[in-house]
Design a protein around this ligand. Sequence first.
Ligand SMILES: Cc1cc2nc3c(=O)[nH]c(=O)nc-3n(C[C@H](O)[C@H](O)[C@H](O)COP(=O)(O)OP(=O)(O)OC[C@H]3O[C@@H](n4cnc5c(N)ncnc54)[C@H](O)[C@@H]3O)c2cc1C
Length: 433
Amino acid sequence: MSKSIIVLGAGSIGVATATHLLQRGWDVTMVDRELPASETSYGNAGVINGASFVPLNNPGLHASLAKYLRNNTPYLRYNWPYILKNIPWALQFLQSSKTRASRITCDALHQLTTPALDEHKAMMQRAGNMHRLSEKGWLKVYRKGAGYDEQSFEAQLYAERGIDIQKLDAAGIHDLEPSLRPIFSAGYLVSGAACINNPSMLIREYAEQFVKDGGKLLRENIKSLSFSGNQTHCHLENGKQLSSDQLVVAAGPWSGDILATAGFTVPMRFERGYHAHYHFAQGETLSRSVHDIESGFIMSPMEQGLRITTGVELNHRDAPRNYSQLEQVMPSVHEAIGITERTDDPLWCGARPTFPDSRPVIGPAPGQPGLWMAFGHHHIGVMTGPITGKALAEQISSESLSMDMKPFSPARYIQRKRGAGKSVAKSVAKSSA
Ligand SMILES: Cc1cc2nc3c(=O)[nH]c(=O)nc-3n(C[C@H](O)[C@H](O)[C@H](O)COP(=O)(O)OP(=O)(O)OC[C@H]3O[C@@H](n4cnc5c(N)ncnc54)[C@H](O)[C@@H]3O)c2cc1C
């Protein structure tokens, strides 16, 4: 009989992990309290980019600190009480932006981003949803700036790793995206990048394929975890219990709350972001995602219309929403492209889950055999879902590993209170972070 495993969370990371485990012969049950990809994996910009291995906390962050201290930019805002409550996290986040530390993270993330597109294509071929992918690159544009800065940290890493960048002038931008107004003087195309026209549906279709292939998908709210003998237990809101030989926690921004019920402390915090959907004006369209770098927003053509996504708001996952970054960028969006009114979809807010070194945790839980972790993918969790799922499934199945997993070890941050979690089940408490 095959060994049983529960995957907690059906976002980008959970669905891909469940799929890869099923392909390796595991008896897999995936559990989510919502439909698959209803949370963070719903509202993102849908970009798959092998070059997205440079995190926000790179050496360029130091150069911009004075600007960010004003706390009024579209790129980065923060809630002061949240930062003051999380000073150790904030200091470690800054510390990780120093050149040496940042390079270590970039090397690690490069392992995830490079195969991201091919791993998605393999899942798309199986799920029959290749039509959601557009392989036309990712366009970055400047209004005043000189364009691609060859001296930047990012550009140096791109050159070292052979990332294909096509520099563009105003005419080149117009040729690629004729609907963009002629306000952009320079830009560049990351040629190998791709975009998805509906990330939530893409992942939901992966989940449907997982079920067709024999996986189980349950819609339940997990309140707590416990462990006894060789079994892991999920305690459900309805009072029932699910047990299995192994358990993967892939609950994105909620992973810390769930793990706290078994005595784990998870120093993960949140880079929130927002989106709004607009109708294109008559005859206007975009062929790919466009990043207006100086104005601090991304425009992504989606099935729902034009999705505008914002930069980062460092704040608690559950804090009241603050739409000021979205409001701040909207005049610039109207300058950039013809749109009419907002669609009927509500404004959206999601919380990118982030560790201080901007590397996710992918691997075994410290001190608890049978428990595995896969979360903390900040800005790159949709693109790196399939490769994360593959890398974790290899570990769980004791296969030879296709990448160096040490940089993603959960043990680098996650601790367990002594004596906690033997068979005690506390309910998910509101995170104090
Ligand atoms: C504005 C914005 C733009 C972004 N753009 C991109 C992009 O272009 N490309 C990219 O790759 N990434 C992007 N990201 C990041 C990406 O969206 C995330 O990294 C990714 O979605 C995280 O996936 P996840 O599976 O870890 O979490 P989630 O998608 O949040 O999944 C976690 C799941 O766990 C479930 N869950 C939680 N608690 C429980 C419980 N107690 N019981 C049962 N189920 C539970 C939730 O319902 C949820 O479905 C963006 C993010 C934002 C906010």
